[in-house]
Design a binder for this molecule. Structure first.
Ligand SMILES: Nc1nc2c(ncn2[C@@H]2O[C@H](COP(=O)(O)OP(=O)(O)O)[C@@H](O)[C@H]2O)c(=O)[nH]1
Ligand SMILES: Nc1ncnc2c1ncn2[C@@H]1O[C@H](COP(=O)(O)OP(=O)(O)O)[C@@H](O)[C@H]1O
Length: 214
C-alpha cells in the first residue's frame, strides 16, 4: 500500500528580530535566510540613504518622503515608524501572500514596528530580541562595520540604551557573543515555533485518519 503523506498544512509565521543597531541582526538574518528555503525576508521601505553595498529592492526599497507618505496613506504598510530620523515601514502585500502560502517571513524591524505587528497579528508573530555581550563590544562592532560616520555611530550608541529597554516586550532573548551560537539559537526557536499546534491547519482530519475514523 502506498504511504500516505501528511495531509495538513501550516500557516506561515512572522519571525521578528530586533536589537540595538550593531548587535548583529543583519548578520544573523543573512545566515538564517541562506540555510532555509521556507524563510523569506520582508523588505522594508525606507527614506534612509543607501549605504555602500546596499541594493535597492534587496536590502530595502529606498524611497523618498513623498513616496513613503503615499504608501502609508494608501494602507500599503503593515506598520511604520521613525528610527534615527528616517522613516521605515513594512509592505503589507508580500507578507500576507507568504503567510497564506505557509511561508515564514523574517522581519528586521525595531521595537515600535514589533509592537504594531504584534497588536495586529498576535498569533502569527514570534518576537526575538538580540543583545550584544557588552556595551564596549557593541561600539566596537559599529565602528568595524565602517559604514557610518563617527557622528552616526555616536548617535546609534546614544539610542542603544533606549532600544535595549524594550527587551521585555519580546518572547525570546539571544545574546550575540559568538555568531555561530546565536544562529543555532535562532534556528532552534524557529524550528520549535513551526511545530506550534495553533499554526497547523487540518490536523484534526489527519489524526482522525490515523485513528481509522477518516
Ligand atoms: N518599524 C520598523 N523598523 C525598521 C524597518 N526596517 C528597519 N527597521 C529598523 O530600523 C533600524 C535602523 O535600520 P538600519 O538603518 O538598516 O540600520 P541597522 O541598525 O544597521 O540595521 C533598525 O532597528 C531596524 O530594525 C521597518 O520596516 N519598520
Ligand atoms: N557575534 C559577533 N561577533 C563579532 N562581530 C559580529 C558579531 N555579530 C555581528 N558582528 C559584526 O558586527 C557588525 C554589526 O553587525 P550587523 O549584523 O550589521 O548589526 P545590526 O544589523 O544589528 O545593526 C558587523 O560588522 C558584523 O560583521
Amino acid at each position: 500500500m502506498a504511504r500516505r503523506t501528511a495531509r495538513f498544512r501550516r500557516r506561515g509565521l512572522m519571525f521578528v528580530l530586533s536589537s540595538p543597531s550593531g548587535a548583529g541582526k543583519t548578520t544573523i538574518s543573512r545566515k538564517l535566510l541562506e540555510d532555509d528555503d521556507n524563510l523569506q525576508l520582508s523588505i522594508s521601505a525606507t527614506t534612509r540613504p543607501k549605504r555602500p553595498g546596499e541594493r535597492d529592492g534587496i536590502d530595502y526599497h529606498f524611497v523618498d518622503h513623498a513616496a513613503f507618505e503615499r504608501m502609508a496613506q494608501g494602507g500599503e504598510l503593515l506598520e511604520h515608524a521613525v528610527v534615527f530620523g528616517n522613516r521605515y515601514g513594512t509592505p503589507r502585500g508580500p507578507v500576507e501572500k507568504a503567510l497564506a502560502a505557509g511561508r515564514d517571513v523574517l522581519f528586521d524591524i525595531d521595537w515600535q514596528g514589533t509592537q504594531q505587528v504584534y497588536s495586529k497579528m498576535p498569533d502569527d508573530v514570534v518576537r526575538v530580541f538580540i543583545l550584544p555581550p557588552s556595551i564596549e563590544e557593541l561600539e566596537r562592532r559599529l565602528h568595524t562595520r565602517a559604514q557610518d560616520s563617527d557622528e552616526v555611530v555616536a548617535q546609534r550608541m546614544a539610542k542603544a540604551a533606549d532600544e535595549m529597554s524594550h527587551y521585555d516586550a519580546y518572547d525570546y532573548i539571544i545574546v550575540n557573543e559568538q555568531v555561530e551560537r546565536a544562529v543555532v539559537e535562532a534556528k532552534a526557536i524557529l524550528t520549535a515555533e513551526r511545530r506550534r499546534l495553533k499554526r497547523l491547519i487540518g490536523l484534526d482530519s489527519f489524526v482522525k485518519q490515523l485513528r481509522g475514523e477518516g
